[in-house]
Design a protein around this ligand. Sequence first.
Ligand code: NAD
Length: 459
Amino acid sequence: MQIEDIAPKVEHLRSYFETGKTRSADWRIAQLNQLKKLTLEQEDKIREALDKDLNKCELEAWSAEVGYTVSEIDHSLKRLSKWMQPRRVATPMVAQPGKSYIQPQPLGTVLIIGAWNYPYQLVMAPLIAAISAGNCAVLKPSELASHTSALIAELVPQYLDKDAFTVIEGAVEETTELLKQHFDHILYTGGEAVGRIVMRAAAEHLTPVTLELGGKSPCVVDKSANLDVTTSRIAWCKWMNAGQTCVAPDYVIIEKQFVEPFMTAMQEKINRFYGPDNGASSQDYAKIINHRHWQRIVNYLEGQNVVFGGQHDEQKQFIAPTLVLNPDLASPIMQEEIFGPLLPIITVDSIDEAIPIINRRAKPLAMYIFTKDMGLENRLLNETSAGSVCINDGMMFMANKDLPFGGVGASGMGSYSGQAGFDTFSHLKAVMKRSFMMDVDLRYPPYNDNKLKWLKRLG
Ligand code: NAD
């Protein structure tokens, strides 16, 4: 699409929204069913695009992209009519007789900007929320996952209402032009620096934003944890998509006395999952998205104590699952989000030291706690902050659509998934309905002490 076509396209969507067509439950259900049809009918093409962009294997393409999208649609279809209902709340004495409720209403035309690491899901899951809430939407998939972006642009107009949805492909120039337009909400997924750009642009139109950012998600492993299950689960969610997952554990904190058996078990899991050549010939291990990111990740290894892995091949955009022991907390690998297959392991004398290590950093998107010690679990839950927490597993919490997904502080603002997404893309309008009966004179001037006394009593 040409830059000069962007403004009229957005204007067209805005006009279409004003026709009211997108508000009905029937339209929303029809669009959700069409999106499900698209996802299932075109599964092979989606998988092929994900393979070209990231070497994504079939199982991960299903569990984290295609199947994930379908289950989000099914969840929404099942609950949509309930979500759309007015939500009754109590009415205070002073407003009796009367009733009060919250009426969800579509916001209008929204912008969804996706990132490259789960390039299908990160556009489609917010879209499901936007459709459920009755909005028009512009989708801007990441140009870094160019095959998936092109496929989304090709397929969306074939299945969805063309007047309500449009896909705009492109990079900085196109996104900059898009951000000049007036939207009723922007949901952005990506890094913090661009998040600031998005928020600044949104401020011009007083457009609310949901920012789905990243951060360094800590993983605290206590000596009471089941070592075998813990290491399987950490290895699974750290090296899925070669560590290019916003909620992947960024680093592990563990007591010194427990680190040897932990690392031995971890290496055994890596071998079992990715083969004796440490992922180099595994069909199940993704590549790094591009050379810039490959170089960025390799640079983190400079001067570090690599105790396992570390192999890399620029031509294949490959970096092996890698364990780094006790990096300096001030070094880049512990200052920046790794977003790749390197796992620093920080040893401490007592697991209580995990709390200040976590709290000295920006608030992460996720935190993982592996322990059977309820006291430790509660201390970590209460004394640290993170967008989401999973106890005794990795990113399994993402499978529960009843849990809102989003960050806190530097890891983002707002949330989606299930009802949280519906609410994000709705205005929750407060409505009070009074009766003409009992028009008590107390509130009307001229005021006097007696009226004041009664008002104080009524509260
Ligand atoms: P990216 O490079 O794909 O950028 C994200 C989007 O921003 C793209 O659509 C891109 O076109 C757009 N963009 C880039 N530069 C821009 C500019 N100057 N102006 C306007 N738009 C611009 O993705 P990324 O930033 O490399 O994403 C990685 C980050 O995203 C990591 O921090 C990761 O943790 C985070 N992430 C978060 C989530 C989440 O759900 N919270 C999911 C995935 C990734």
